[in-house]
Design a protein around this ligand. Structure first.
Ligand code: NAD
Length: 374
Protein backbone atom coordinates (compact mmCIF):
# COMPACT_ATOMS: atom_id res chain seq x y z
CA UNK A 1 0.00 0.00 0.00
CA UNK A 2 1.63 3.26 -1.10
CA UNK A 3 0.57 6.72 -0.02
CA UNK A 4 1.61 10.33 -0.15
CA UNK A 5 -0.11 12.96 1.98
CA UNK A 6 -3.16 13.18 -0.20
CA UNK A 7 -3.73 9.99 -2.16
CA UNK A 8 -3.15 6.39 -1.13
CA UNK A 9 -2.80 3.69 -3.77
CA UNK A 10 -3.68 0.02 -3.37
CA UNK A 11 -2.53 -1.99 -6.38
CA UNK A 12 -4.53 -5.01 -7.56
CA UNK A 13 -1.83 -6.92 -9.45
CA UNK A 14 -3.93 -9.20 -11.64
CA UNK A 15 -1.49 -9.52 -14.55
CA UNK A 16 -2.81 -7.83 -17.67
CA UNK A 17 -5.99 -6.92 -15.75
CA UNK A 18 -4.04 -5.14 -12.98
CA UNK A 19 -5.42 -1.84 -11.69
CA UNK A 20 -5.01 0.75 -8.99
CA UNK A 21 -7.44 1.78 -6.27
CA UNK A 22 -6.84 5.43 -5.43
CA UNK A 23 -8.14 6.66 -2.08
CA UNK A 24 -8.16 10.35 -1.18
CA UNK A 25 -10.02 13.64 -0.85
CA UNK A 26 -11.53 15.32 -3.90
CA UNK A 27 -10.73 12.63 -6.43
CA UNK A 28 -13.92 13.65 -8.25
CA UNK A 29 -12.56 17.16 -8.64
CA UNK A 30 -9.35 15.84 -10.19
CA UNK A 31 -10.91 12.96 -12.15
CA UNK A 32 -10.94 14.86 -15.45
CA UNK A 33 -7.19 15.45 -15.57
CA UNK A 34 -6.46 11.93 -14.31
CA UNK A 35 -8.74 10.17 -16.80
CA UNK A 36 -7.58 12.35 -19.71
CA UNK A 37 -3.97 11.36 -18.95
CA UNK A 38 -4.69 7.64 -18.47
CA UNK A 39 -7.18 7.21 -21.32
CA UNK A 40 -6.37 9.89 -23.89
CA UNK A 41 -9.01 10.53 -26.54
CA UNK A 42 -11.56 8.16 -24.96
CA UNK A 43 -15.14 9.08 -24.18
CA UNK A 44 -17.01 8.13 -21.01
CA UNK A 45 -20.53 6.91 -20.35
CA UNK A 46 -21.29 7.88 -16.77
CA UNK A 47 -23.85 5.62 -15.10
CA UNK A 48 -25.30 6.93 -11.83
CA UNK A 49 -28.48 7.01 -9.74
CA UNK A 50 -30.75 9.98 -9.21
CA UNK A 51 -29.57 10.67 -5.63
CA UNK A 52 -25.88 10.53 -6.44
CA UNK A 53 -26.58 12.58 -9.58
CA UNK A 54 -27.77 15.36 -7.31
CA UNK A 55 -25.10 15.04 -4.66
CA UNK A 56 -21.92 14.28 -6.63
CA UNK A 57 -22.38 14.38 -10.39
CA UNK A 58 -21.92 18.18 -10.83
CA UNK A 59 -18.42 17.99 -9.30
CA UNK A 60 -17.42 15.13 -11.62
CA UNK A 61 -18.86 16.75 -14.73
CA UNK A 62 -17.14 20.06 -14.01
CA UNK A 63 -13.82 18.29 -13.74
CA UNK A 64 -14.36 16.29 -16.95
CA UNK A 65 -15.40 19.42 -18.79
CA UNK A 66 -12.37 21.36 -17.55
CA UNK A 67 -10.12 18.59 -18.88
CA UNK A 68 -11.99 18.36 -22.19
CA UNK A 69 -13.16 14.78 -21.54
CA UNK A 70 -16.29 14.00 -23.57
CA UNK A 71 -19.02 12.20 -21.70
CA UNK A 72 -22.68 11.22 -21.62
CA UNK A 73 -24.80 10.44 -18.55
CA UNK A 74 -27.28 7.60 -17.95
CA UNK A 75 -29.29 7.85 -14.72
CA UNK A 76 -31.36 5.14 -13.01
CA UNK A 77 -33.52 5.39 -9.88
CA UNK A 78 -31.63 5.00 -6.59
CA UNK A 79 -31.99 1.71 -4.74
CA UNK A 80 -31.52 -2.04 -4.93
CA UNK A 81 -34.55 -2.39 -7.24
CA UNK A 82 -32.44 -0.94 -10.07
CA UNK A 83 -30.28 -4.08 -10.11
CA UNK A 84 -32.64 -5.82 -12.54
CA UNK A 85 -32.98 -6.67 -16.22
CA UNK A 86 -35.21 -3.66 -17.02
CA UNK A 87 -32.64 -1.16 -15.77
CA UNK A 88 -29.76 -3.14 -17.31
CA UNK A 89 -31.47 -2.75 -20.66
CA UNK A 90 -32.00 0.98 -20.08
CA UNK A 91 -28.31 1.42 -19.25
CA UNK A 92 -27.04 -0.57 -22.24
CA UNK A 93 -29.42 1.26 -24.60
CA UNK A 94 -28.35 4.59 -23.06
CA UNK A 95 -24.68 3.81 -23.66
CA UNK A 96 -25.38 2.78 -27.25
CA UNK A 97 -27.59 5.83 -27.86
CA UNK A 98 -24.70 8.02 -26.71
CA UNK A 99 -22.66 6.39 -29.51
CA UNK A 100 -20.02 5.07 -27.18
CA UNK A 101 -17.63 2.79 -28.99
CA UNK A 102 -15.91 -0.34 -27.79
CA UNK A 103 -12.73 1.58 -26.94
CA UNK A 104 -14.67 4.08 -24.83
CA UNK A 105 -15.27 3.55 -21.11
CA UNK A 106 -18.16 3.22 -18.72
CA UNK A 107 -17.82 5.16 -15.47
CA UNK A 108 -19.84 3.87 -12.51
CA UNK A 109 -20.58 6.80 -10.17
CA UNK A 110 -22.46 5.62 -7.09
CA UNK A 111 -22.83 2.91 -4.47
CA UNK A 112 -22.68 -0.84 -4.89
CA UNK A 113 -25.91 -0.93 -6.86
CA UNK A 114 -24.48 1.30 -9.57
CA UNK A 115 -21.08 -0.42 -9.53
CA UNK A 116 -22.69 -3.85 -9.99
CA UNK A 117 -25.17 -2.66 -12.64
CA UNK A 118 -22.82 -0.43 -14.64
CA UNK A 119 -20.00 -2.98 -14.43
CA UNK A 120 -22.26 -5.67 -15.84
CA UNK A 121 -23.50 -3.32 -18.56
CA UNK A 122 -19.85 -2.63 -19.45
CA UNK A 123 -19.13 -6.37 -19.57
CA UNK A 124 -21.82 -7.02 -22.18
CA UNK A 125 -22.10 -3.79 -24.20
CA UNK A 126 -20.29 -4.12 -27.53
CA UNK A 127 -18.99 -7.47 -26.21
CA UNK A 128 -17.12 -5.81 -23.40
CA UNK A 129 -16.09 -2.25 -22.65
CA UNK A 130 -13.57 -1.07 -20.07
CA UNK A 131 -14.95 0.60 -16.99
CA UNK A 132 -13.89 2.79 -14.09
CA UNK A 133 -15.40 2.53 -10.62
CA UNK A 134 -16.04 5.78 -8.79
CA UNK A 135 -17.62 4.47 -5.56
CA UNK A 136 -19.48 7.06 -3.49
CA UNK A 137 -20.83 4.95 -0.60
CA UNK A 138 -18.60 3.54 2.13
CA UNK A 139 -19.75 0.02 1.23
CA UNK A 140 -18.71 0.50 -2.38
CA UNK A 141 -15.37 2.08 -1.42
CA UNK A 142 -14.35 -0.75 0.90
CA UNK A 143 -15.91 -3.70 -0.85
CA UNK A 144 -18.06 -3.79 -3.99
CA UNK A 145 -15.92 -1.60 -6.28
CA UNK A 146 -12.95 -3.93 -5.87
CA UNK A 147 -12.68 -7.44 -7.26
CA UNK A 148 -14.68 -7.48 -10.47
CA UNK A 149 -17.96 -9.07 -9.39
CA UNK A 150 -20.73 -7.37 -11.35
CA UNK A 151 -24.37 -8.27 -11.85
CA UNK A 152 -28.04 -7.89 -11.14
CA UNK A 153 -30.70 -9.64 -9.09
CA UNK A 154 -33.38 -12.00 -10.37
CA UNK A 155 -36.82 -12.67 -8.88
CA UNK A 156 -35.15 -15.97 -7.85
CA UNK A 157 -32.57 -14.26 -5.68
CA UNK A 158 -29.78 -11.75 -5.26
CA UNK A 159 -26.83 -11.41 -7.64
CA UNK A 160 -27.83 -14.48 -9.66
CA UNK A 161 -27.03 -12.95 -13.07
CA UNK A 162 -23.69 -11.36 -13.77
CA UNK A 163 -20.09 -11.53 -14.90
CA UNK A 164 -16.60 -11.20 -13.53
CA UNK A 165 -15.31 -7.98 -15.07
CA UNK A 166 -12.46 -6.10 -13.43
CA UNK A 167 -12.43 -2.29 -13.55
CA UNK A 168 -9.45 -0.44 -15.07
CA UNK A 169 -9.27 1.97 -12.15
CA UNK A 170 -11.05 2.68 -8.86
CA UNK A 171 -11.32 6.26 -7.60
CA UNK A 172 -12.53 6.26 -3.98
CA UNK A 173 -13.18 9.91 -3.15
CA UNK A 174 -13.46 10.23 0.64
CA UNK A 175 -15.04 13.68 0.36
CA UNK A 176 -18.01 12.10 -1.46
CA UNK A 177 -18.92 10.38 1.82
CA UNK A 178 -19.91 13.76 3.29
CA UNK A 179 -23.28 13.59 1.54
CA UNK A 180 -23.88 9.91 2.36
CA UNK A 181 -26.72 9.44 4.89
CA UNK A 182 -25.48 8.29 8.32
CA UNK A 183 -27.45 5.05 8.18
CA UNK A 184 -25.78 4.17 4.87
CA UNK A 185 -22.36 4.98 6.35
CA UNK A 186 -22.99 2.62 9.26
CA UNK A 187 -24.12 -0.12 6.86
CA UNK A 188 -20.86 0.19 4.92
CA UNK A 189 -18.90 0.08 8.17
CA UNK A 190 -20.19 -3.46 8.78
CA UNK A 191 -18.09 -4.61 5.81
CA UNK A 192 -15.02 -2.86 7.26
CA UNK A 193 -15.46 -4.74 10.53
CA UNK A 194 -15.87 -7.95 8.53
CA UNK A 195 -12.24 -7.82 7.33
CA UNK A 196 -11.03 -7.74 10.93
CA UNK A 197 -13.30 -10.57 11.94
CA UNK A 198 -12.24 -12.83 9.06
CA UNK A 199 -8.49 -13.00 9.60
CA UNK A 200 -7.10 -9.79 11.03
CA UNK A 201 -7.62 -9.52 14.77
CA UNK A 202 -5.26 -6.52 14.99
CA UNK A 203 -7.39 -4.62 12.50
CA UNK A 204 -10.51 -5.33 14.59
CA UNK A 205 -8.78 -4.07 17.74
CA UNK A 206 -7.59 -1.00 15.82
CA UNK A 207 -11.19 -0.37 14.70
CA UNK A 208 -12.39 -0.62 18.29
CA UNK A 209 -9.85 2.01 19.30
CA UNK A 210 -10.49 4.32 16.33
CA UNK A 211 -14.21 3.96 15.59
CA UNK A 212 -15.11 7.48 16.72
CA UNK A 213 -12.44 9.07 14.54
CA UNK A 214 -13.47 6.92 11.57
CA UNK A 215 -17.06 8.09 12.01
CA UNK A 216 -15.91 11.71 12.21
CA UNK A 217 -13.75 11.55 9.07
CA UNK A 218 -10.06 12.38 8.98
CA UNK A 219 -6.93 10.24 8.70
CA UNK A 220 -8.37 7.19 10.51
CA UNK A 221 -11.16 6.99 7.95
CA UNK A 222 -8.66 7.03 5.07
CA UNK A 223 -6.66 4.36 6.87
CA UNK A 224 -9.74 2.17 7.41
CA UNK A 225 -10.74 2.41 3.75
CA UNK A 226 -7.22 1.66 2.53
CA UNK A 227 -6.77 -1.31 4.88
CA UNK A 228 -10.15 -2.68 3.81
CA UNK A 229 -9.25 -2.38 0.12
CA UNK A 230 -5.92 -4.10 0.79
CA UNK A 231 -7.76 -6.93 2.58
CA UNK A 232 -10.29 -7.34 -0.22
CA UNK A 233 -7.44 -7.32 -2.74
CA UNK A 234 -5.68 -10.14 -0.88
CA UNK A 235 -8.73 -12.37 -1.21
CA UNK A 236 -9.31 -11.44 -4.84
CA UNK A 237 -5.71 -12.25 -5.73
CA UNK A 238 -5.82 -15.58 -3.92
CA UNK A 239 -9.08 -16.63 -5.55
CA UNK A 240 -10.39 -14.27 -8.25
CA UNK A 241 -13.42 -16.38 -9.25
CA UNK A 242 -14.44 -17.49 -5.74
CA UNK A 243 -13.75 -21.18 -5.89
CA UNK A 244 -12.13 -21.20 -2.44
CA UNK A 245 -10.92 -18.68 0.15
CA UNK A 246 -12.72 -15.67 -1.36
CA UNK A 247 -15.86 -17.22 0.15
CA UNK A 248 -14.58 -16.06 3.56
CA UNK A 249 -15.76 -12.59 2.48
CA UNK A 250 -19.26 -13.98 2.96
CA UNK A 251 -18.88 -14.00 6.75
CA UNK A 252 -22.31 -13.06 8.09
CA UNK A 253 -23.78 -13.03 4.59
CA UNK A 254 -25.72 -16.31 4.60
CA UNK A 255 -27.77 -15.15 7.58
CA UNK A 256 -27.69 -11.58 6.24
CA UNK A 257 -28.96 -12.43 2.74
CA UNK A 258 -31.78 -14.52 4.23
CA UNK A 259 -32.82 -11.58 6.43
CA UNK A 260 -32.66 -9.25 3.41
CA UNK A 261 -34.80 -11.68 1.41
CA UNK A 262 -37.54 -12.02 4.04
CA UNK A 263 -37.64 -8.24 4.53
CA UNK A 264 -38.06 -7.75 0.77
CA UNK A 265 -34.69 -6.01 0.08
CA UNK A 266 -36.29 -2.89 1.47
CA UNK A 267 -35.46 0.00 3.78
CA UNK A 268 -36.45 -2.26 6.67
CA UNK A 269 -32.98 -3.75 6.51
CA UNK A 270 -30.03 -2.46 4.47
CA UNK A 271 -27.49 -4.98 3.16
CA UNK A 272 -24.84 -3.91 5.67
CA UNK A 273 -27.34 -4.07 8.52
CA UNK A 274 -28.18 -7.65 7.54
CA UNK A 275 -24.46 -8.41 7.47
CA UNK A 276 -24.00 -6.89 10.94
CA UNK A 277 -26.73 -9.09 12.44
CA UNK A 278 -25.43 -12.01 10.37
CA UNK A 279 -21.87 -11.63 11.71
CA UNK A 280 -23.13 -11.62 15.30
CA UNK A 281 -25.24 -14.71 14.52
CA UNK A 282 -22.23 -16.42 12.91
CA UNK A 283 -20.20 -15.80 16.07
CA UNK A 284 -23.04 -16.90 18.35
CA UNK A 285 -23.69 -20.03 16.29
CA UNK A 286 -19.98 -20.89 16.32
CA UNK A 287 -19.94 -20.44 20.09
CA UNK A 288 -23.02 -22.66 20.35
CA UNK A 289 -21.17 -25.38 18.42
CA UNK A 290 -18.31 -25.08 20.91
CA UNK A 291 -15.96 -23.64 18.29
CA UNK A 292 -15.50 -20.08 19.53
CA UNK A 293 -15.34 -18.32 22.90
CA UNK A 294 -18.77 -16.88 23.68
CA UNK A 295 -17.35 -13.60 24.98
CA UNK A 296 -16.21 -12.81 21.42
CA UNK A 297 -19.86 -12.66 20.34
CA UNK A 298 -20.50 -9.96 22.94
CA UNK A 299 -17.41 -8.02 21.94
CA UNK A 300 -18.32 -8.06 18.23
CA UNK A 301 -21.91 -7.04 18.98
CA UNK A 302 -20.78 -4.20 21.26
CA UNK A 303 -18.53 -2.75 18.57
CA UNK A 304 -21.18 -2.94 15.86
CA UNK A 305 -23.75 -1.38 18.20
CA UNK A 306 -21.42 1.50 18.95
CA UNK A 307 -21.19 2.11 15.20
CA UNK A 308 -24.98 2.45 15.04
CA UNK A 309 -25.73 -1.00 13.63
CA UNK A 310 -28.42 -3.51 14.63
CA UNK A 311 -27.08 -6.74 16.10
CA UNK A 312 -30.18 -8.78 16.98
CA UNK A 313 -33.21 -10.16 15.12
CA UNK A 314 -35.45 -8.13 17.44
CA UNK A 315 -34.13 -4.84 16.02
CA UNK A 316 -35.51 -5.51 12.54
CA UNK A 317 -38.63 -3.35 12.26
CA UNK A 318 -41.95 -5.11 11.64
CA UNK A 319 -42.77 -8.73 12.23
CA UNK A 320 -40.01 -11.14 11.27
CA UNK A 321 -40.96 -13.98 8.92
CA UNK A 322 -41.12 -17.45 10.54
CA UNK A 323 -37.97 -19.53 10.94
CA UNK A 324 -39.14 -21.83 8.13
CA UNK A 325 -39.15 -18.86 5.74
CA UNK A 326 -35.66 -17.89 6.89
CA UNK A 327 -34.47 -21.45 6.32
CA UNK A 328 -36.03 -21.47 2.84
CA UNK A 329 -34.17 -18.24 2.05
CA UNK A 330 -30.93 -19.74 3.37
CA UNK A 331 -31.46 -22.80 1.14
CA UNK A 332 -31.95 -20.50 -1.90
CA UNK A 333 -28.68 -18.72 -1.29
CA UNK A 334 -26.10 -19.63 -3.89
CA UNK A 335 -23.56 -20.55 -1.21
CA UNK A 336 -25.57 -23.69 -0.54
CA UNK A 337 -25.11 -26.99 -2.33
CA UNK A 338 -27.33 -30.08 -2.26
CA UNK A 339 -28.93 -29.88 1.15
CA UNK A 340 -25.73 -29.36 3.15
CA UNK A 341 -25.34 -25.76 4.21
CA UNK A 342 -22.10 -23.89 3.74
CA UNK A 343 -21.46 -21.29 6.41
CA UNK A 344 -18.54 -19.13 7.33
CA UNK A 345 -17.98 -20.05 10.95
CA UNK A 346 -15.31 -18.84 13.33
CA UNK A 347 -12.96 -19.96 16.07
CA UNK A 348 -12.96 -16.40 17.43
CA UNK A 349 -12.27 -12.83 16.32
CA UNK A 350 -10.00 -12.95 13.26
CA UNK A 351 -10.28 -16.72 12.86
CA UNK A 352 -13.08 -17.39 10.37
CA UNK A 353 -13.21 -20.57 8.30
CA UNK A 354 -15.42 -22.20 5.67
CA UNK A 355 -17.61 -25.07 6.89
CA UNK A 356 -19.46 -26.83 4.10
CA UNK A 357 -21.29 -29.43 6.14
CA UNK A 358 -23.56 -27.54 8.49
CA UNK A 359 -26.69 -29.35 9.66
CA UNK A 360 -29.82 -27.36 8.65
CA UNK A 361 -31.69 -28.64 11.74
CA UNK A 362 -29.02 -27.14 14.00
CA UNK A 363 -29.32 -23.79 12.22
CA UNK A 364 -33.12 -23.83 12.49
CA UNK A 365 -32.98 -24.65 16.21
CA UNK A 366 -30.41 -21.89 16.76
CA UNK A 367 -32.56 -19.32 14.91
CA UNK A 368 -35.62 -20.31 16.94
CA UNK A 369 -33.68 -19.66 20.09
CA UNK A 370 -32.35 -16.31 18.82
CA UNK A 371 -35.89 -15.17 18.01
CA UNK A 372 -37.11 -16.16 21.45
CA UNK A 373 -34.22 -14.24 23.05
CA UNK A 374 -34.73 -11.13 20.89
N1 NAD B 1 -19.73 -6.65 -6.38
C1 NAD B 1 -19.41 -6.95 -5.14
O1 NAD B 1 -18.38 -7.55 -4.87
C2 NAD B 1 -20.33 -6.52 -4.04
C3 NAD B 1 -19.90 -6.60 -2.70
C4 NAD B 1 -20.74 -6.15 -1.69
C5 NAD B 1 -21.99 -5.62 -2.02
N2 NAD B 1 -22.37 -5.57 -3.31
C6 NAD B 1 -23.68 -4.98 -3.68
O2 NAD B 1 -23.68 -3.61 -3.34
C7 NAD B 1 -25.02 -3.19 -3.16
C8 NAD B 1 -25.11 -2.31 -1.94
O3 NAD B 1 -24.29 -1.18 -2.13
P1 NAD B 1 -24.59 0.20 -1.38
O4 NAD B 1 -24.81 -0.07 0.05
O5 NAD B 1 -23.55 1.16 -1.78
O6 NAD B 1 -26.04 0.57 -1.96
P2 NAD B 1 -26.53 1.71 -2.98
O7 NAD B 1 -25.74 1.73 -4.20
O8 NAD B 1 -28.00 1.53 -3.09
O9 NAD B 1 -26.25 3.06 -2.18
C9 NAD B 1 -26.93 3.30 -0.99
C10 NAD B 1 -27.74 4.61 -1.05
O10 NAD B 1 -26.84 5.68 -0.85
C11 NAD B 1 -26.97 6.64 -1.91
N3 NAD B 1 -25.64 7.21 -2.10
C12 NAD B 1 -24.52 6.59 -2.51
N4 NAD B 1 -23.48 7.41 -2.44
C13 NAD B 1 -23.95 8.60 -1.99
C14 NAD B 1 -23.34 9.85 -1.68
N5 NAD B 1 -22.03 10.05 -1.76
N6 NAD B 1 -24.16 10.85 -1.26
C15 NAD B 1 -25.50 10.67 -1.10
N7 NAD B 1 -26.10 9.50 -1.34
C16 NAD B 1 -25.33 8.48 -1.78
C17 NAD B 1 -27.51 5.87 -3.09
O11 NAD B 1 -28.23 6.72 -3.96
C18 NAD B 1 -28.44 4.88 -2.39
O12 NAD B 1 -29.68 5.50 -2.12
C19 NAD B 1 -25.86 -4.44 -3.07
O13 NAD B 1 -26.59 -4.60 -4.26
C20 NAD B 1 -24.83 -5.55 -2.93
O14 NAD B 1 -25.28 -6.76 -3.51
C21 NAD B 1 -21.58 -6.00 -4.32
Amino acid sequence: MAHDDTVRTVRVPLGERAYDILIGEDLLGTAGARLAALFPGRRFGIVTDDRVAQAQLPRLRASLEAAGVEHAVVTVPAGEASKRFGQLEAVVEGLLAARLERRDLVLALGGGVIGDLAGFAAAITRRGMDFVQVPTSLLAQVDSSVGGKTGINSPQGKNLVGAFHQPRLVLADLSALRTLPERQFAAGYAEVVKYGLIDDQDFFFWLEANQAEIAAGGPARAEAVARSCAAKTRFVLADEKETGVRALLNLGHTFGHALEAVTGYSDRLLHGEGVAIGMVLAHAFSARLGLAPSQDTGRVAAHLRRAGLPTTLGEIPGELAPTAALMAAIAQDKKVSRGALTFILTRGIGRAFIESDVDPAAVAAFLEEMRAAA
